[in-house]
Design a protein around this ligand. Structure first.
Ligand SMILES: [Zn+2]
Length: 200
């Protein structure tokens, strides 16, 4: 191999039940990873029964994901679609997957990453550092508000942290990000609470 060929690594993409179709790096070094779902069923939006995804694909969805080697990373997916064989008028449904919300421009992993960036920082700072709109950071914060704690992920509650994040510019509205430090040193987000009054 020529000396000038850069060394390459491969590692598992930490997104469940997908196949990687393509990876590319744009001229400004951003990573774009195209995936497709391995699951071939979804719940009908009307009757809730599990139905086969046999109705093609929806529009491409672009989701900001965790950075790779410090570079912005986007996941692209064309969600599978399904048509219910039993409901009246055979309504169609877009497949939902656990690792992103249909109305969110981020993967859930990226939303959690943003929460950690917000600790000891402000929405404006994180927006700048992540090259994201102010409202996109705020949206991530709001999606975590009163989210249920996933106790399966929590090994211990030895060290709980509560950080206040200013919610709106110039207004006294805050969110409290509640975190727990784990034995391995990692910090997990337990929940985000509404907290309108800043305590001193
Ligand atoms: Zn149905």
């Amino acid at each position: 191999m020529p000396i000038s060929t850069p060394a390459k690594i491969s590692f598992p993409l930490d997104i469940p039940q997908v196949d990687v179709l393509a990876t590319k790096q744009t001229r400004d070094n951003k990573f774009i990873i195209t995936v497709e779902s391995r699951r071939d069923t979804t719940q009908c939006g009307v009757c809730q029964q599990e139905i086969a995804c046999n109705y093609g694909h929806g529009q491409v969805v672009r989701l900001r994901h965790l950075p790779i080697l410090g570079q912005e990373t986007t996941i692209e997916i064309r969600p599978r679609r399904a048509q219910c064989p039993t409901c009246l008028h055979n309504p169609t449904t877009t497949q939902t997957l656990k690792w992103y919300d249909q109305r969110s421009p981020h993967t859930k992993a990226y939303d959690r990453y943003l929460m950690k960036q917000l600790i000891g920082s402000t929405v404006a700072d994180v927006s700048l550092k992540e090259n994201l709109g102010y409202d996109a950071v705020l949206g991530a914060l709001e999606r975590q508000v009163d989210d249920e704690v996933n106790w399966d992920e929590v090994q211990n509650l030895g060290s709980i942290g509560i950080d206040e994040v200013a919610h709106q510019k110039g207004r006294k509205s805050y969110r409290a990000v509640v975190t727990a430090r784990q034995d391995d040193g990692s910090v997990i987000i337990l929940t985000v609470l509404k907290n309108r009054k800043k305590k001193r």
